[in-house]
Design a protein around this ligand. Structure first.
Ligand code: PMP
Length: 426
């Protein structure tokens, strides 16, 4: 009899049989507060009745259309609805199944549109595991080691990770932009550079927000050099950070739209596999015919689930809820950090929050992070670690999370951190 590959290893010990809202239930009926959202996917919570109904009805009507063969209504409706929430000017959409595929579609588009090869990514980035996306991923060696040769034409620039450098955010932004200018002068001339590909908040790289100074600087350089600014909002999109798109926290003062291309996936369809890239129509038209696409992209059931997701996000005020509950969560995490020296930094935007663990010498402490995560799980709270060293524990609950659930998670968190046997700061 076949068994699961020994490499298919779960971060938690949970055999999930049912999900409802912020809760997952295991095969013994035990409830867990799911502050992982299946890595930021279950935006409307597990099995939101409106999303379930939309998917059921679509399944009975038409599962698969294949959009290069026929059109279907959910694809058209979703395109219309996304048009209402996308930044000004990004009026053309292309669909795929996963974040990685959408990232690669954006790179193909950028190379076709500019006739240039290089893409600049940032240190700590995660853009996926397919071969192209893996080449653009620098958040951990585990995503790259031993799978080369990697896709050529990827240049890595610093991210303004203020905590890592021990600087103010302003200084980190200036440093990152100066280094980028240096790279453009030495390693990747503008005439060779097709795109900057950027997460507004590093997700897998440790939940590190960028800032307005840095993103405005990127926009200016993109304009100056004819380079496309591609924002990977796979994790930060659809309300996660307390704005519909993460980059809206960092909008330029002149009101210009930041991205030339925006990538969305994860929370878009509440768990159904769906991703999209959005760009101005004249830019999208530069993708060469036949270069983009796949059998399942824009699947009818996934599109129907995405339409229902956007309806729930709007009707239930989930973007606002993410902002309010995110602040509550961040404040609570800061209180815990204030009395536990092992927590060296707390940061986040909306419902994308994290605590970073270090040892007494300020070095990354992945064992402590893993231990605390395990302690939380034993107390019924599911969390994930992230960061280059695995020493960051993040909280990314569904956007439907309530204040009571945040408080309960914080109670468990305080116990779990205390169980890491770190002495009090008092
Ligand atoms: N980009 C970002 C910012 C992500 O967080 C992820 C997934 N964690 C991806 C791309 C890849 O998405 P997928 O796993 O759907 O291919």
């Amino acid at each position: 009899m076949a068994a699961l590959s020994p490499r298919l290893k779960q971060a938690t010990g949970v055999l999930a049989v049912r999900g409802e809202g912020v809760h997952l239930y295991d095969d013994r009926g035990r409830a867990y507060l799911d502050f992982t959202s299946g890595i930021g996917v279950t935006s409307t919570g597990h099995c939101h009745p409106h999303v379930v109904r939309a998917a059921q009805e679509q399944t009975a009507a038409l599962v698969h259309g294949q959009y290069t063969t026929v059109l279907h209504r959910p694809l058209l409706t979703l395109t219309e609805r996304l048009g209402e929430v996308l930044p000004e000017g990004l009026d053309s959409l292309f669909y795929a199944n996963s974040g990685s595929e959408a990232v690669e579609a954006a790179v193909r588009l950028a190379r076709h549109a500019t006739g240039r090869q290089n893409v600049v990514v940032l240190q700590g980035s995660f853009h996926g595991r397919t071969m192209g996306a893996a080449a653009m991923t620098t958040s951990s060696t585990k995503f790259r080691a031993g799978i080369g040769p990697m896709m050529p034409g990827v240049v890595v620039a610093p991210f303004p990770a203020a905590f890592r450098y021990g600087w103010t955010q302003e200084r980190a932004a200036d440093f990152a932009l100066e280094e980028l200018d240096h790279l453009l002068a030495t390693v990747s001339a503008p005439s060779d550079t097709a795109a900057f590909v950027v997460e507004p908040v590093l997700g897998e790289g440790g939940c590190v927000p960028a800032d307005a100074r840095f993103l405005t600087g990127l926009r200016e350089r993109a304009d100056r050099h004819g380079i496309l600014l591609v924002l990977d909002e796979v994790q930060t999109g659809v309300g996660r950070t307390g704005r519909f798109w993460g980059h809206q926290h960092f909008a330029p003062e002149d009101g210009r739209t930041l991205p030339d291309v925006l990538i969305t996936a994860k929370g878009l369809a509440s768990g159904f596999p769906l991703s999209a890239i959005a760009a101005p129509e004249e830019l999208m038209a530069k993708a060469r015919p036949g270069s983009q696409g796949g059998t399942y992209g824009g699947n009818a059931v996934a599109c129907a689930a995405a339409v229902a997701t956007l309806e729930v996000v709007e009707r239930e005020g989930l973007v606002e809820n993410a902002a309010v509950q995110g602040e509550r969560l961040l404040a609570g995490l800061r209180e815990v950090a204030a009395v536990h020296p092992a927590v060296a930094d707390v940061r986040g935007l909306g419902l994308m929050c994290a605590s970073e663990f270090t040892d007494a010498d300020g070095r990354p402490a992945p064992e402590t992070a893993a231990w605390v995560r395990q302690q939380a799980e034993e107390r019924g709270l599911l969390l994930l670690t992230c960061g280059a060293y695995g020493n960051v524990v993040r909280m990314i609950p569904p956007l439907v999370v309530t204040g009571e659930q945040v408080d309960r998670a914080l109670e468990v968190w305080a116990e779990a951190v205390a169980a890491a046997t770190v002495p009090s700061k008092d």
